[in-house]
Design a protein around this ligand. Structure first.
Ligand SMILES: [Zn+2]
Length: 421
């Protein structure tokens, strides 16, 4: 039998096990601060596959000098990152590969918006539903089962493989940074984020900011003489909205020239007031700002800060009571992939074998951990499954696409690891 047939059979035989594995991953509510249990589960699973594993907590002081380091506002105890290594035979000369995924998920939001419980994955009509199932526990299952299928098929690999699982992809990227900093590097890397079978060729940079507006409180009977912090914050949000239109009206970066609206500015959280008959004295909101590759995050911080302050001039209260503006979390550089690289070639060939069509490029308007690999000069991209409702209620993965992704990753592993360095 041909090698490809043996491999395909092996993936098929493991398919029910892969589905069960993904369901189990989806049952962990692995939001920020709650990553330990799922990491231990995965580590034990990889030990069962005879991989040599290591897991440890992120130490901010070790990684704070990297460009992509994000300033956290929380601790790192009991929130490990993990690497499981498959070692090729002594003397093998193939290329090594990292298959990475993040296990953190964003909050599920109000349960009433979900048709099924977000942490009890359910299969309906060829789709599996649950928070994080698409972003990106499906990709993680594909990574592990691609490797497992290769091993079970008895196909020899000439390069080392690492299965890495990290925290904080959704907020700083410090998890990926900690693993690479600790020496868990390789000749190439793949992150199977849900790109809908496209190769991520560029992505925007991202910063997070927090704006605190102060008013002058009063009982509601004197509200006309008070300064309502929520209403003042609303003015600042309107000004951010103008900033969003302004940056999208500028000349587009070449990689995003086909995109109708590449740069998103999102107000994602707002806190203000404590009682319906009080005029609120303080209101804080948090926003995420995107920008093109090649721009320094610090320049964007400066620009958006100046923009907001300038718009305070037209307000009698705000001009004398300027809002406090802080930056936290993401300090993420943009990313551009070299399309002439062996990594692009190897992955696009593998895609062609499975999908029977040329692969499409993805200029991505959000961030992923690829930028961290870029900082370590490791060739990297994202390629992963189809699905929908990412970061929204009723998130789902298309299971047929998950199987195709598993096959593509398996072909990619074999091709990459059997190329000489
Ligand atoms: Zn993701």
């Amino acid at each position: 039998m041909q090698m490809n047939d043996v491999l395909e059979q092996s993936i098929e035989k493991l398919w029910q096990e892969e589905l069960l594995f993904l369901k189990t991953l989806g049952s962990y509510e692995s939001t920020l601060g709650n990553e330990r249990n799922i990491q231990y589960f995965i580590e034990e699973y990889l030990k069962g596959m005879d991989l040599k594993t290591d897991s440890f907590d992120v130490e901010p002081s070790r990684i704070s000098n990297y460009k992509n380091y994000g300033k956290p506002e929380w601790g790192y105890n009991n929130r490990p990152v993990m690497a499981g290594t498959f070692k090729a035979d002594e003397g093998s000369s193939g290329r090594s590969l990292i298959l990475q995924s993040h296990i953190d998920v964003v909050d599920a939001g109000p349960r009433s918006h979900w048709d099924t419980d977000p942490y009890t994955p359910a299969i309906r009509n060829g789709k599996m539903y649950g928070r994080g199932i698409l972003d990106m526990k499906g990709g993680l299952a594909a990574n592990i089962f691609a490797l497992k299928a290769i091993e079970k098929a008895g196909i020899k690999l000439n390069g080392d493989i690492q299965i890495q699982t990290v925290i904080e992809e959704e907020v700083t990227g410090n998890g990926a940074l900690a693993l690479l900093d600790a020496g868990y590097v390789a000749d190439g890397a793949l992150i199977p984020e849900p790109t809908q079978h496209r190769i991520l060729t560029s992505q925007v940079g991202v910063i997070y900011m927090r704006v605190t507006v102060t008013g002058a409180g009063a009982h509601v009977e004197k509200a006309d003489q008070a300064q309502n912090a929520i209403m003042k914050a609303y003015k600042m949000i309107e000004s951010l909205e103008k900033y969003r239109r302004y940056i999208n009206d500028q000349k587009k970066h070449a990689a995003f020239k086909e995109h109708p609206h590449p740069l998103n500015v999102n107000v994602g959280k707002i806190i203000g007031g404590d009682w319906v008959s009080n005029v609120p004295v303080e209101c804080t909101f948090e926003a995420r700002v995107g920008f093109y590759p090649g721009t320094e995050p610090s320049d964007v911080q400066k620009e958006v800060q100046e923009w907001l302050i300038k718009h305070c001039e037209s307000d009698e209260w705000l001009k004398d009571h300027l809002p406090e503006i802080e930056f936290f979390g993401f300090n993420a550089q943009g990313f551009e992939m070299n399309k002439n690289s062996d990594l692009y070639k190897s992955l696009s060939d593998s895609h062609y074998l499975v999908d029977d069509e040329e692969v499409k490029d993805l200029p991505f308007t959000a961030t992923t951990d690829v930028r961290v690999f870029d900082e370590f000069d490791i060739p990297v991209t994202c390629y992963g499954p189809f699905g929908g409702n990412m970061h929204a209620p009723n998130e789902f993965i298309d299971l047929n696409s998950l199987k195709q992704t598993t096959r593509t990753i398996a072909y990619f592993i074999i091709d990459w690891c059997n190329r000489s360095k």
